[in-house]
Design a protein around this ligand. Structure first.
Ligand code: KG4
Ligand code: ZN
Length: 333
């Protein structure tokens, strides 16, 4: 039995969690600062760092309290060291190093993206080989895992990430940042009335592109404004969401066809999307040998429990860091 404490502070959530054997969440304290960034329409790095400083010890106290454990029950300290905002990452890293030094524990460096994927184990154990569709505010990737803790990028976005396109379209529609959830809810009330063009529809491979779709939505809105027409926001949301999902489904189908796997993992903030979850549940019917393992909704957004899950993989593989561990803002797989 291995119990890890985990620290996550890569963007706008400060989080500390205690996780047993990479799958049992004993506590997961998350402090979100979205309200402070909303009026700017995105994360302001300096504001984020200051919030992390304010919340890191509070979330640590809550996570330890709720776990019912003492520091001597902990076997290691997992921490996100990238990708993310350097000033934000530094705060979690300092918290983790301090805890590790005070209690003489090993430090386990964790890639935030691996964390998103590892959170699927909170649903059910990932079976390998697996393909993960990782869709967040900063990343959109199809990742092949031939075994646990091994990652090969099959495809990624050329431009905007899926979540980023939700947020940009949301801003255009006058919705608060981040807009993914609001567009998802609006889409459920609307009809697909606009057939947005598919980027790279005829290209082979597993890559994505979402900036053309964003421009198409902008044009649609501006043209309607020029004609003095009222745009139906629910229909616009439904049409945009249908186009995003179609792109994600087509590449995922292609990857599953070319690489027969036992599990399809859906991870990252956009994995909370109800339309996407439904579409993948349907797609997986075409692949009877493959099980669909979406990350449970409460763990799709940034949180430290997922870092504890991926940290467990590294712990088992003997991947540790010294106190001189630095941030790696541009880290990928
Ligand atoms: O993984 P995450 O919490 O942070 C990053 O590592 O980027 O992802 C945040 C992204 C935002 O762009 C947000 O709009 C999007 O996930 N998101 C959604 C939904 N909930 C959050 N996008 C679509 N549908 C949702 N229900
Ligand atoms: Zn994330």
């Amino acid at each position: 039995m291995t119990t890890l404490i985990a620290f996550e502070s890569s963007a706008d959530e400060t989080s500390v969690a205690v996780v047993k054997d990479g799958k049992e969440v004993l506590s997961n304290a998350v402090a979100t600062q979205i309200n402070s960034h909303q009026r700017f329409g995105g994360i302001v790095p300096e504001v984020a760092s200051r919030h992390h400083l304010e919340w890191i010890t509070k979330t640590l106290d809550i996570a330890m309290d709720e776990s019912g454990l003492q520091p001597e029950d902990i076997d290691g300290v997992a921490v996100t060291y990238g990708p993310g905002l350097v000033g934000s990452l530094l705060v979690g890293l300092m918290g983790a190093k301090t805890f590790a030094m005070a209690h003489n524990l090993p430090i386990i460096p964790v890639n935030h993206l691996a964390g998103h994927i590892a959170a699927a184990n909170f649903n059910k154990p990932i079976e390998y080989p697996a393909i993960a569709l990782m869709v967040s505010g900063g990343h959109t990737e199809l990742v092949l895992m031939t075994e646990e803790n091994s990652f090969e990028i099959l495809g990624e976005t050329y431009d905007d990430a899926a979540g980023e396109s939700y947020d940009k379209v949301g801003r255009l529609m006058g919705l608060n940042y981040p807009a993914g959830k609001a567009i998802d809810e609006l889409a459920a009330q609307g009809q697909v009335t606009i057939d947005f063009p598919q980027a790279m529809a005829h290209e082979a491979g597993y890559d994505f592109s979402f900036s053309g779709l964003k421009s198409a939505v902008i044009n649609q809105v501006h043209n309607a404004e020029q004609r003095g027409e009222e745009i139906n926001k629910a229909d616009l949301a439904a049409s945009f969401q249908a186009a995003v999902i179609k792109a994600l489904i087509e590449r995922t189908r292609r990857a599953l066809t070319d690489f027969p796997v036992k599990s399809l993992v859906l991870a990252g903030g956009v994995a909370a999307n109800s339309g996407l979850r439904a579409a993948l549940t349907e797609l997986i019917q075409e692949f009877p040998e493959t099980g669909f393992i979406p990350v449970p909704k409460q763990y799709t957004g940034d949180n430290a429990a997922m870092i504890g899950a991926a940290g467990y993989w590294n712990y088992k593989d003997g991947i540790f860091a010294d106190l001189d561990l630095n941030t790696h803002p541009g880290l990928d797989f």
